[in-house]
Structures are given as structure tokens and as C-alpha cells.
Design a binder for this molecule. Sequence first.
Ligand code: ZN
Length: 291
Amino acid sequence: MGRIVRTISKDASAVCSAIDGMDIVSEIRRIHNTSAVVTAALGRLAMGTSLLGFGLKGSDDSITVRMDGNGPAGLLLCVADSYGNVKADVANPGVELPLNSKGKLDVRGAVGTDGTLSVIKDMGLKEPYCGQIPIASGEIAEDITSYLAISEQIPSVCALGVLVDTDMSVKKAGGFLVQLLPFAGEEVISQIEKNIQQMQSVTQLMEEGKTEKDIALMALAGLEPEVLDDFQVEYRCGCSRERTEKVLISLGKDQLEEISRDGGTDVTCNFCRTRYHFTSEEILALAEKNT
Ligand code: ZN
């Protein structure tokens, strides 16, 4: 199980959420059979989406983050609930690229920088909230920071890291997101800047044995931080045969009758690869429900 922790400064003007996403990113690799660079890219986006989702207020709220940078990996899509549980999908999971000039996995090269990052928040209102920004960095954490600044006017700092081992398994994965409230003073901002400068990368900290809680406290060091909440998080899909039936019913009677004549169908969930089989007779029964 992964873990997500939220800390808050004593004056309540700064909040930091941090995640240990090792299990989540390992599930991404297992389900989608991702190459090293796509494990890193989709893993980072999934943890970023989890951290954003964890900030939603309603228990049924959800957030969808789409990153479409026209890179070889194609569209990256992640959905998280308000507890930080997340699921992910990518168009081209097997893309392989040479390491970048710093000798690191070339996430930016896989994602691309010619496109947009869009966020859809479903908060149970009539219309979901939508925000979109052009992708500037392609390294994902920076793009989440600019999304928060541009679309939500929230100053933030985000760091996300995935360390892939030589056998392609996920060695460490984690991240944090510091968000400032409008009344945060200059001294709070400069203290956080100082903290972040002094911190190593998230995966380095985790390799040294630091937990997500240590990291969430480190980011707010000097501001008398307290732990606000601490939850388990996981890769969670939530699809079911019943939900798949509803999607099929929405296709309409004519199309269902056509599928039935073709001898039934398989529907595979994009997020967890579960396959639901419907026989010709079952499809006909659904067609009847549509009328
Ligand atoms: Zn599923």
C-alpha cells in the first residue's frame, strides 16, 4: 500500500502533501507493461494527480488529468479520488528513448512539449471544473505547478520522482506538493524556498530511508508543521460488469443488435485491463433495457 500524508504550518498558510507511490507506480508498470521512461512519466503524473485529488473536499469528488504533449508516449491520462487513490492509462506504453543529457530517463522527450495539460474536477456540481494550460516543461511536476499558478492562482512547489531499477522494476517513487494560501507572508515563502533548496530529490531522500511523513515535515521545516492527516493510497480502478453494462446500454438499441448479430463482444477496461465478455444473448437483453 502507498501512503499519503498532509502537514500544515502553524499559521495554516502553507500545506504540504507527500506520497510514497512505490506500490502505485509498480501497479502501473504491471498493468500497462510500461518501458522505463513511460513508467517514470506515467508514475509521476499518477502521483501528481493523487496529490491534487487528495486536496478535494467532497468524498465523491474526483479529478482527471490529461497530458497531451504530442510526444511518442501519446496521451497520458490519470484519475484520482479525493482520498488520493488513482488509476492511469497511456497511449503508447512501450516507447523507449535514450537517456537525456543529464543521464536521466527522458520524461520530457516521451511526453512532448507541444500540447496541453488539462484538469477536470468533478465535484458533484452540474458542470465539472475545467482548466487547461500549455505544457511548458514536460517533466510533469513543473507543469502541475504552472497549472496551479495559472488556472487556480495557487502558488505551489511540486516535486515528483520515480527511480527505475536496472531490472526495470520500480525502486522508489514519491513526491510532494506544497500549496500556499493567499495570506501566506513573505517570511513563510522564503522559509519554504530555503527548505526546498536544501532538500535532495524525493527519490534520494527515500533511498536514505526518509518516509513521506518526514518529507512533508521537511518541506515546512521552521514553520512548526503538524501532521493534518495520514492515509493509505493505492492504484484503484473501480470498474465493474455493472458499469460496463451501463456503457453498452448507452450505445443504443440499433448498435447493440448489430453487436449481438456479430456474436457478442469483449470490453476491456483501459485502466486495469480487466476483460468483460458479453454473449450474443446478453447483448440482446441489454438492447431490450435500452427501450
Ligand atoms: Zn478497470
